[in-house]
Design a protein around this ligand. Structure first.
Ligand SMILES: NC(=O)c1ccc[n+]([C@@H]2O[C@H](COP(=O)([O-])OP(=O)(O)OC[C@H]3O[C@@H](n4cnc5c(N)ncnc54)[C@H](OP(=O)(O)O)[C@@H]3O)[C@@H](O)[C@H]2O)c1
Length: 226
């Protein structure tokens, strides 16, 4: 599958690498490829500059958002929460029309320090805001409830015996995303229902953040037992 990943952070890179290893044709999107490749600073969590990752993944093109979106039959939105609406606007409605748009973002507001608060909750979600911004795309919320490394290697935690959620209004789009999740090793994919059910997984983030603090690692997940 031709997949565009919008976002050059740890999530974008990890998903790009994981989906490339699964045999897909990947392009990564950024605001300004030249500026992104010219960065030499290390990220807050010790993430190396993008150029270092690019050297290790020579077959993954780094393109401006609209070109990356045009490349993908499936588009993954992996930008900062407060950049998500800007990124889909830059990617453009036409290049996203009719496509599966996998939203892995979280609506986190770090302006008041750590832990962050949610910019939207209860009666709306970032996923729904994104869907309203690009009504012709088929938005599916997924993977926002686990850290980047667990997204592509669920087997690294409890042998993969834990759960992941999908929310979306289009059944075929959810089936496409579920099939990609299974390729990555996810076995318990729970379809929560329509896109407005993404409010739940987004509002789980305050719990996830406290769990990370208590456990001292982001390498964990929840298992839904029946
Ligand atoms: N870190 C995790 O393990 C994890 C787990 C689950 C979900 N998430 C969610 O996944 C998303 C990505 O997280 P991350 O840590 O990889 O990266 P991040 O640092 O949150 O985001 C980096 C990306 O956001 C883009 N961006 C920032 N502001 C923008 C704006 N105003 N307009 C357009 N693009 C903008 C940047 O574009 P440029 O490339 O142009 O700089 C860059 O590609 C976040 O929403 C996060 O909450 C993270």
């Amino acid at each position: 599958v031709r997949i565009a990943i919008l976002g050059t952070g740890v999530v974008g890179r990890t998903l790009a690498g994981g989906l490339e290893a699964a045999g897909h044709d990947i392009a990564v999107g950024t605001r300004d490829p030249r500026a992104t490749l010219a960065r030499t600073d290390t990220g807050p969590m010790g993430t190396p500059p993008y150029a270092v990752w690019q050297e290790e993944h020579p077959d993954v093109a780094l393109l401006p958002y609209p070109d990356a979106a045009a490349h993908g039959d499936v588009v993954v939105l992996a930008t900062a929460g407060d950049g998500a609406l800007g990124a889909v606007e830059l990617a453009g409605r036409e290049d996203l029309a009719g496509k599966v748009l996998v939203d892995v973002t979280n609506p986190l507001d770090f302006s008041g320090g750590f832990p962050p608060t949610l910019t939207v909750c209860n009666t709306d979600s970032l996923a729904e805001q994104i869907q309203r911004a690009v009504p012709d795309a088929k938005v599916v919320k997924a993977l926002n409830t686990v850290s980047a490394s667990v997204m592509v290697q669920p087997g690294s935690v409890a042998d993969g015996d834990h759960s992941i959620f999908v929310s979306g209004d289009d059944a075929d789009a959810k089936a496409t995303v579920t099939s990609l999740l299974r390729e990555l090793g996810w076995r318990d994919v729970i379809d929560l229902g329509a896109l407005n059910t993404a409010r739940g997984p987004e509002m789980y983030l305050p719990v996830w953040l406290r769990l990370m603090g208590a456990l001292g690692t982001p390498a964990f997940n929840v298992k839904v037992v029946r």
